[in-house]
Design a binder for this molecule. Structure first.
Ligand SMILES: [Zn+2]
Length: 216
């Protein structure tokens, strides 16, 4: 006997692929979760690709602050993600898209196409907003299109002890509110660093005691 419902003509065996967006400030464990998710799906025999853009390592890798790392495909602005997946010999069950906030809006549309037209699960990870607390265009599109959006809050705290929500850009010890949306920081070569603040202190521009010292 086949299951049926008066409310739905959709076969119960149908399972749509999903587009999920996990967002949070720096250091909240996004890349760690991305790598964990890839590991879990791989163990179930599913085949996936791991993509990233502007990873902290500076290379085509997903690395997490706690020291995990994995080779990944670097997404540049001209990469067509549908072509990337459909051009492969092997079936692709899922994509892990780290730093998805830095993708183009068109690439987010391509991710939705992969979900709807090709049955690929897409797990996207990234920041929601930039150093001004303004949403990244790609993150905004993910909020609009995703089946599920999850805020990650892995004990990243503002200096005051409140949950860290927003990234401040710090140049020469001061918080700045103007400039390019994407500037790579927190590297030896960069004068820019980022600091996670609560909303209150992001809006007030207060970096807290001792923040004029550079981290060792
Ligand atoms: Zn605070």
């Amino acid at each position: 006997m086949t299951e049926s419902s008066a409310l739905s003509a959709v076969p119960s065996s149908a399972r749509d692929a999903v587009l999920k967006f996990y967002f949070g400030p720096m250091d909240c464990g996004k890349s760690t979760l991305a790598l964990q998710m890839n590991y879990n799906h791989g163990r179930q025999g599913r085949r996936g690709l791991v993509l990233t853009k502007h990873d902290r390592s500076g290379g085509p890798k997903v690395t997490s602050r706690i020291g995990l790392g994995l080779e990944a495909i670097e997404v540049d602005d001209s990469l067509d993600l549908v072509r990337l997946v459909t051009g492969l010999h092997d079936r692709v069950d899922y994509l892990i898209c780290d730093e998805a906030c830095f993708y183009t809006v068109e690439q987010i549309e391509q991710l939705a196409d992969l979900v709807d037209e090709h049955g690929v699960d897409v797990y996207a990870f990234g920041l929601a907003s930039d150093f001004r607390s303004v949403m990244f265009p790609a993150a905004q599109r993910l909020f609009e299109l995703a089946d599920e959006v999850c805020r990650l809050q892995v004990e990243v705290l503002c200096w005051c002890g409140r949950p860290g929500q927003l990234n401040a850009r710090v140049v020469g010890g001061s918080m700045v509110r103007t400039g390019e949306q994407v500037v790579i920081g927190d590297t030896d070569a960069s004068p820019v660093r980022y600091q996670v603040l609560c909303r209150r202190h992001h809006r007030a521009g207060l970096l807290g005691e001792g923040s004029s010292h550079w981290p060792a």
